[in-house]
Design a protein around this ligand. Structure first.
Ligand SMILES: NC(=O)c1ccc[n+]([C@@H]2O[C@H](COP(=O)([O-])OP(=O)(O)OC[C@H]3O[C@@H](n4cnc5c(N)ncnc54)[C@H](OP(=O)(O)O)[C@@H]3O)[C@@H](O)[C@H]2O)c1
Length: 295
């Protein structure tokens, strides 16, 4: 990649230090990078709304990063379905604003995208497979990917698509399916599991993958997820097994009450391209075992 910002800078800017962004912050800090991070709220970080073009330009000019990682935006699938215009504004136009600002200062740009750019009819998706989102979130993220590809040349960006994130930063983490299922099963409470197949991705693996991609000068699109493509009920059963809990409260259902947006049936990835770069990806069992120390 071309790399830029101030050429002497060791600064990486993480935009959207949420669930995944915090892990990226930690992994890059440990690797010796000088890190700045933003959130929408500005809590313990720089305040930045990526829909405000001038603010994006101002933060990038001030921070002078050589690498910008956009791990933020609207990640709530049902929220986006109910607020499609806002989803496009943040995930598409906001991403374009960041890509344009990276282009002006000559910074590398890593964009975190999603398996929901696919319709889920096929599964085992490769990077070159045709996209066809079936909900507003997927549409907005795909529009974000296209904006990146329009604003930057192929060597200047990397798009990492991930699937169903899980992992641990702190007690304040968002309530992922894994965290929810562990809590419910511990209390013997019902866990509803839809037939949807995904490949849960440990946030540590996703953050480390970005570091490796940077070290190896990779660009283009990469699929990064856990090694196992599992239905929600298979995921719940594996959680019960690893945490030594009874699987009895797990109930297979066709849809989950409260889910407004359609979900792809099987949005799992082919991981060949990432694995060929030597990227470490955990099985679901390996990832869950790491979490036993925290949950
Ligand atoms: N979670 C998943 O299972 C999953 C699956 C596939 C792909 N992804 C993708 O992975 C990335 C990270 O997901 P996540 O679950 O870590 O997200 P998250 O926890 O919801 O964090 C999102 C971050 O973006 C910030 N943000 C929200 N709106 C913004 C705006 N208008 N301008 C600037 N920043 C804004 C939030 O700020 P505040 O902290 O102030 O709210 C937060 O820091 C996203 O791009 C998502 O599309 C996630």
């Amino acid at each position: 990649m071309n790399g830029g910002g101030s050429r002497l800078s060791n600064k990486a800017l993480i935009i959207g230090a949420g669930f995944l962004g915090k892990k990226i912050q930690s992994v890059f800090s440990h690797a010796g990078f000088d890190i700045s991070a933003t959130t929408l709220s500005g809590k313990n970080s720089i305040q930045l709304d990526i829909t405000k073009k001038e603010c994006v330009e101002s933060v990038l000019s001030k921070e002078e990063p050589f690498l910008v990682i956009l791990a933020g935006g609207l990640a709530g699938v049902d929220y986006c379905e109910k607020n499609p215009e806002q989803a496009m504004k943040v995930n598409a136009q906001g991403t374009r604003n960041v890509a344009q600002a990276c282009s002006s200062i000559g910074a590398e740009f890593f964009f975190v995208s999603t398996d929901y750019v696919f319709d889920g009819k096929k599964g085992n998706y490769s990077e070159g497979d045709s996209t066809n989102p079936i909900n507003a979130y997927g549409e907005s993220k795909l529009a974000g990917e296209k904006a990146v590809q329009q604003e930057l040349s192929p060597k200047e960006y990397l798009i990492m698509r991930v699937s169903t994130l899980y992992g641990y930063n702190s007690e304040n983490d968002k309530n992922t399916f894994v965290r929810f299922a562990v809590r419910q099963l511990r209390e013997g409470k019902e866990v509803l599991a839809a037939p949807q197949i995904t490949a849960p991705t440990l946030i540590d693996d996703a953050a480390n993958a970005l570091l490796e991609f940077h070290k190896k000068n990779c660009s283009g699109i990469y699929h990064v997820s856990g090694k196992d493509a599992l239905s929600r009920s298979e995921q719940a059963r594996k959680i019960a097994e690893v945490f030594s809990l009874s699987p009895e409260p797990i109930k297979e259902v066709k849809t989950i009450p409260g889910w407004t947006a359609a979900r792809p049936s099987n949005s799992s990835f082919s991981l060949k391209k990432a694995l060929s770069e030597g990227i470490h990806l955990s099985t679901f069992e390996e990832g869950l075992k790491k979490l036993r120390n925290y949950y």
